[in-house]
Ligand binder design. Structure first.
Ligand code: GDP
Length: 331
């Protein structure tokens, strides 16, 4: 890297650390880009900012479409700002919000927060795969931390694999549920429930209050049978109304209690270390697959091999090993 780009990189990093939102937005755009030169710049920037990162509380928020995630983040974020905190919100929805997310555009979501000085909201980039979104979000998270945000909220629609990806990058996973779910738990898979540190029944207001109380009891029962994920913390069920902004203070208190408990037990740092290692492995396998796909010899053989595998003429394992052997031999 030459001296000019070195100094402009240092300048960009300094602007981010000084809390310049446009510099931050520019960095995330760089991170989202798939261009090779942008990728190199993004990596250099992250390298520079890494020592400044790590100080935020990272919260993943998930739940079925329509549960009130944006409304909740709007209320919770305002409460946090009232407590003197600054927060960034990143969304993790591969292929935009087409598959059942909010029908409102991202512009109209979180209206108050998006105007707040102390908040930074970054919607999901369109057209990235889950792997791409996960990488971009992990990196965007580090950059937001370097910009000094106290809280980073990573939001995802609670229907698929993205929860696992989010749980691997946050300190606390908060799952929002609807009142009156019964025991099928509204399409939320048991595996996703098991990721949650705090479960919140939203829409605890008006006619829905009775159902909310019943759901809270059902969920508490289900939790009693599960293995806690962390030493020092048993998952809890709370109720709130994001719309009426009631019960948000209690959620905030439990979020703080969680962070304190995990820091005391040592689980907080241990989880971050494990996540960093898992990230390394994700990067390794993603980079390997990219290199494989970009290899002209692999590309030349792939079509024929796929056909043979499809016709049952060769086992997938054998085909993979022969492709890989050739690739490793050449590199
Ligand atoms: P998302 O798809 O999970 O992001 O859900 P939204 O935040 O877009 O909310 C979906 C719908 O539920 C909207 O019409 C909200 O006004 C409504 N909603 C959200 N929170 C509450 C709540 O606490 N109580 C009630 N009654 N409605 C709510």
């Amino acid at each position: 890297m030459n001296a000019v780009s070195d100094s402009s990189l240092a300048q960009h990093a300094a602007q981010i650390e000084a809390g310049d939102r446009r510099a931050l937005a520019r960095a995330i755009t760089l991170i989202e880009s798939t261009r090779a030169d942008h990728r190199r710049q993004a990596e250099a920037l992250i390298e520079q900012l890494l020592p400044r990162s790590g100080k935020s509380l990272r919260i993943g928020i998930s739940g079925p479409p329509g549960v009130g995630k944006s409304t909740f983040i709007e209320a919770f974020g305002q409460y946090a700002i009232g407590q003197g905190k600054r927060l960034a919100v990143l969304a993790v929805d591969p292929s935009s919000r087409l598959s059942g997310g909010s029908i409102l555009g991202d512009k109209t979501r979180m209206e108050v927060l998006s105007r707040a000085e102390a908040a930074f909201i970054r919607p999901s980039p369109a057209g990235l795969t889950l792997g791409g979104v996960a990488r971009r979000t992990r990196e965007a998270l580090l950059v937001c931390e370097a910009a000094g945000f106290d809280l980073i909220i990573v939001e995802t629609v609670g229907v698929g694999q993205s929860e696992t990806a989010v749980a691997e990058m946050v300190d606390l996973f908060l799952l929002l549920l609807l009142p009156g779910a019964g025991d099928d738990l509204q399409g939320i898979k048991r595996g996703i429930m098991e990721l949650a540190d705090i479960l919140v029944i939203n829409k605890d207001d008006g006619d829905l209050s009775t159902a909310a109380a019943r759901s809270a009891a059902d969920v508490a029962n289900a939790l009693g049978l599960m293995q806690p994920r962390h030493a020092g913390w048993r998952p809890e069920v709370l109720r709130c109304s994001a719309l009426k902004q009631t019960g948000i203070d209690a959620v905030w208190m439990r979020v703080e209690a969680f962070a304190t408990a995990l820091k005391q037990s040592g689980g907080f740092d241990a989880q971050r270390r494990d996540q960093a290692k898992a990230w390394l492995w994700h990067e390794l396998s993603d980079s390997l697959i990219e290199a494989l796909k970009a290899d002209p010899h692999v590309a030349a053989q792939l079509g024929a091999l796929e056909t043979k595998v499809g016709a049952g003429k060769i086992a997938p394992g054998t085909a993979a090993r022969s492709l890989l052997a050739g690739f490793l031999h050449r590199t």
